[in-house]
Every structure is written in structure tokens, then in C-alpha cells.
Design a protein around this ligand. Structure first.
Ligand code: C2E
Ligand code: CA
Ligand code: CA
Ligand code: CA
Length: 278
């Protein structure tokens, strides 16, 4: 037995083993977590930046792991995608978000959209359309108050993507392209896909005043979206200066820490109450 534990472990690359064991435990934990109610949905407000109206919220998953504590979706979503658990997990988020939005409506609050992230793995499955139809029926939410956020990665199979989107549009659901501009994809899909809006990725928004090229890209994305009759929303807005730039550029909507972090449904109700009190 070596006295120097450090040398001993160096040989077995402890960092790697720990990361691997965490990964495996998280992967196993996903299924249990879904069953045991360890997941919750937070909502990040989206505002019309010309009228200041609350127009929507984005549903974002949170996982309170019994052993590791709060885990970021950036870490567990890829694991859920690998294992396929993203399908039941995604259906759960969808149901929860629609149910919550309907509950706000029934409480008498102004009607807003709820945006739900759909991973490309979910989108590959034709059964997604039926799952969405069933969810809308069961929760009673009018389809126009549901928006699906799709990333450019769904374009891998554009025939399938177009037929899925057409089915969803026929139902009355809104479609947006998330993280727009980060997917290395061709722009020609914009004329083929029946989408309603583009979401400018945070990597562009946060760099507006740090890099003149990002500033040019943001202006160009907004202009292009308008020419294509698409709505534009900027994500990751953190400063007043960024907001002013987006307002002058006639971006339609924004979300980001400047307005609010993702918050609980109860905290969203407080925003509704505050707005009503003005
Ligand atoms: P996303 O869809 O791009 O979501 C935006 C992320 O940016 C969220 O991180 C949000 O909290 C964060 N964010 C919002 N405003 C700001 C800001 O002003 N500054 C900064 N620094 N960050 C901001 P979050 O909640 O950790 O989610 C990370 C990613 O995980 C999401 O990125 C999305 O890709 C994925 N995700 C979250 N929930 C779901 C889900 O239910 N289904 C699927 N498929 N993916 C999800
Ligand atoms: Ca998103
Ligand atoms: Ca995004
Ligand atoms: Ca993003």
C-alpha cells in the first residue's frame, strides 16, 4: 500500500473516475427523480420591449438531487438525451407547463404564452405530435398559448422536420427557433419551416457592446427576421444598454437577468399582481 495517496490516485486519474461516477449516478437518478418528484419547472418572463407587457414565460427544468443538490439542466439534459429519458421527462415538462399556464388563466391573470424546450431527440419521434395534442386536451390550454422552442439541430432530417412542424402548426401551436445562429446551419431552412419567431442566442446578446461584429449580427438577425415576417426575441439580456440597443433595432421581445431570472410559479403570480397594481 502506498503511503502517498496522491501518487496512488494519480495513476488512476481520480478526476476522471469521479466525473464518471457522478455521470453514472446522475443517469441512474434521472428515472428515480422523475418518479419521486425531484424535478420542478421554473419560468423566466419574456417581455414586449416596446409596451413592457409580460407576453410569455420560458419553462426551464430544475432538478433537486437528493445527494448532489441542485443540478443544472446544462448537465443533466445531455444525459437524459443519451439515455432516451428526455422523452418522458420532456412530456412531463410539457404537461406541467401547460397545466400551469391554464391555472394562471383560470386565476384571472392576463393570457400569456408558455414556451417549452423540445430536444431534437424528442422531435425525432413522430409520437411527439400526439403527445402534444393529448396534453393540450387534458390541460384545456388553448394551443395558441403554447410555444415550442426548437434548435437548429432538428434540421438534420429536414423532411421529417417540415412534416412535424406542419402538423404542429395545424394544431395552432407556436414554433420558434432557439439559440438562433449557433447551429452552423444554412439559412435556406427559414423559408421552408413554418416558424413564428427566432430567438437570438445569448452569446450574441451579451457581446453586443464587446464586439462590433456581434452588434452587426444582432441588427442583421432582427432585420432579416422582420423581412421574413418572423417575430424576434433576444435572450440573455443583462444590461440597460443592451435593452436600449434592442429597442432601437426594433427587436420585439426580450428575456434575461435584467428583467428576471427563472422563478417559481408563485413568483410569476407576484409579477402579474404587480403589473395589475400599476
Ligand atoms: P436555453 O433554452 O438557451 O435557456 C436559456 C438559459 O439561459 C437558461 O439556463 C436561463 O436560466 C439562462 N439565462 C436566461 N437569461 C440569462 C441571462 O441574462 N444571463 C445568463 N448568464 N443566463 C441567462 P438553464 O435554465 O440553466 O438551462 C440551460 C439549458 O438547458 C437551456 O438553454 C436548455 O437548452 C436546456 N433546458 C432547460 N430546460 C429544458 C427542458 O425542459 N427541456 C429541454 N429539452 N431542455 C431544457
Ligand atoms: Ca430555450
Ligand atoms: Ca436559448
Ligand atoms: Ca442559449
Amino acid at each position: 500500500v502506498k503511503e502517498d495517496g496522491k501518487n496512488h490516485f494519480q495513476f488512476y486519474t481520480p478526476g476522471m473516475n469521479e466525473a464518471q461516477s457522478r455521470k453514472i449516478r446522475l443517469e441512474i437518478g434521472l428515472r428515480r427523480g422523475l418518479k419521486n418528484g425531484e424535478f420542478t419547472v421554473y419560468y423566466q418572463p419574456q417581455f414586449n420591449i416596446h409596451s413592457d407587457e409580460l407576453v410569455g414565460v420560458e419553462a426551464l427544468l430544475r432538478w433537486e438531487h437528493p445527494e448532489f443538490g441542485n443540478i443544472s439542466p446544462a448537465e443533466f439534459i445531455p444525459l437524459a438525451e443519451e439515455s432516451g429519458l428526455i422523452v418522458p421527462l420532456g412530456e412531463w415538462v410539457l404537461y406541467e407547463a401547460c397545466r400551469q399556464n391554464k391555472a394562471w388563466q383560470e386565476a384571472g391573470y392576463p393570457f400569456i404564452r408558455v414556451a417549452v424546450n423540445v430536444s431534437s431527440r424528442q422531435f425525432q419521434q413522430t409520437s411527439l405530435v400526439e403527445a402534444i395534442r393529448r396534453t393540450l386536451e387534458e390541460t384545456g390550454l388553448d394551443p395558441q398559448y403554447l410555444e415550442l422552442e426548437l434548435t437548429e439541430s432538428i434540421i438534420q432530417d429536414s423532411k421529417h422536420a417540415i412534416s412535424m412542424m406542419n402538423n404542429l402548426k395545424a394544431m395552432g401551436v407556436h414554433l420558434s427557433i432557439d439559440d438562433f445562429g449557433t447551429g452552423y446551419s444554412s439559412l435556406s431552412y427559414l423559408k421552408l419551416f413554418p416558424i413564428d419567431s427566432l430567438k437570438i442566442d445569448r452569446s450574441f446578446t451579451s457581446n453586443i457592446f464587446a464586439d462590433t461584429k456581434d452588434m452587426a449580427l444582432v441588427s442583421t438577425i432582427i432585420a432579416m427576421a422582420h423581412n421574413l415576417e418572423l417575430k424576434v426575441i433576444a435572450e440573455g439580456v443583462e444590461t440597460q444598454e443592451q435593452l436600449q440597443f434592442l429597442q432601437q433595432g426594433l427587436c420585439n421581445e426580450a428575456q434575461g437577468y435584467l428583467f428576471s431570472r427563472p422563478i417559481s410559479p408563485e413568483e410569476i403570480a407576484v409579477i402579474f399582481d404587480d403589473k395589475a397594481a400599476v
